[in-house]
Unconditional design. Structure first.
Length: 315
């Protein structure tokens, strides 16, 4: 995953002035400064994303938030003083008060970076928790879906589990066929009844998009079966379930579920992207540097301030 960079004030760092973020992140004994508001605007963080932050001349993985226009970028957690892994696939809770993510297990944290909690360090069968998880938007379900894997290549087995958002016992939702895996994040539909993910067949080197029913654990729909290459992140629209955005090669496609028309809306982009709350914009990062979004009303792509990214938009 390509890091998004947050610049910190060297003078303040040397002065030892820090904002008190979460102190319970394992291996992290120090927090960091948020970026200043751009143009004096009042921060309104609606997007959460993974990135890296500069501390004492070194970039460390961090979990970040920003406004919808890319300003007021703020790192709420940093891995300093240990490098460690990325903070992967963060998603907002239904009430926007918490964020779940994967980093050495499935974790959650308050939106201000405090109150870190480890929910699961491995799956019930002992398999490794993968980099993909998604907090259900249905507050009544009160659960988070996460993936685990064992083996590799044609012997790989990937499973999806559900766990209460407060922690507890994980239950199996879906187990993939041997030799199948998926790349990038998965996403719930608006009411948390269906989970979208990409399935990759190592033997045929083809992909498809699956939709698993939460109540039955069965695949209810399949799209684009036999697609060559690896489909990565899959994101249905936030409401209405009318379109699916997905990453293939280095491009973002949008599939209309009514007509099955498939259009490329952005090229040479990263696989981290997110729908806006009204489904009118899709935010993404460019592989060549910088960030942007596509406006479906105008059909025009626009740029955002460098250093931003997008994994999930507030509910």
């Amino acid at each position: 995953m390509r890091y998004k960079l947050l610049s910190l004030s060297a003078g303040l760092l040397l002065a030892g002035v820090f904002i008190n973020s979460c102190k319970q992140d394992p291996g992290s004994s120090m927090s960091i400064l948020p970026m200043k508001a751009s143009g004096g605007s009042t921060p309104n963080p609606v997007i959460v994303y993974t990135g890296s932050s500069l501390v004492h001349g070194q970039y460390y993985p961090s979990l970040n938030t920003m406004d919808s226009d890319g300003v007021n970028q703020k790192a709420i957690i940093t891995s300093y003083p240990n490098m460690g892994a990325d903070y992967s696939s963060p998603t907002w809770s239904p009430d926007n008060a918490n964020i779940s993510f994967v980093r050495a297990g499935l974790r959650r944290v308050r939106a201000d970076g405090a109150g870190m909690q480890l929910l699961a360090s491995q799956a019930p069968d002992g398999s490794t928790i993968a980099s993909y998880q998604a907090w259900s938007p249905n507050a009544n379900n009160n659960e988070i879906a996460y993936a685990s894997y064992s083996g590799s290549g044609t012997s790989a087995v990937v499973s999806i589990y559900l766990i209460p958002s407060s922690g507890g016992t994980s239950t199996l939702l879906y187990r993939g066929d041997t030799g199948h895996t998926f790349f990038g994040g998965f996403s719930w539909n608006a009411d948390g009844s269906r989970l979208y993910f990409a399935d990759y067949n190592y033997a045929t080197r083809t992909s498809r998009i699956n939709v698993v029913n939460r109540s039955t654990g069965q695949i209810s729909n399949t799209y684009l079966d036999g697609t060559g290459g690896s489909i990565w992140s899959v994101r249905p629209t936030r409401t209405g379930e009318t379109k699916i955005a997905y990453h293939l090669g280095s491009d973002i496609h949008v599939l209309n579920l009514s007509t099955l028309a498939d259009n490329v809306i952005a090229t040479n982009v990263g696989y981290d992207f997110a729908w806006s709350k009204d489904n009118n914009k899709l935010y993404y990062s460019n592989n060549t540097g910088g960030e942007g979004y596509y406006n479906f009303s105008t059909g025009i792509g626009s740029s955002l301030p460098s250093g931003s990214g997008a994994n999930d938009w507030k509910r």
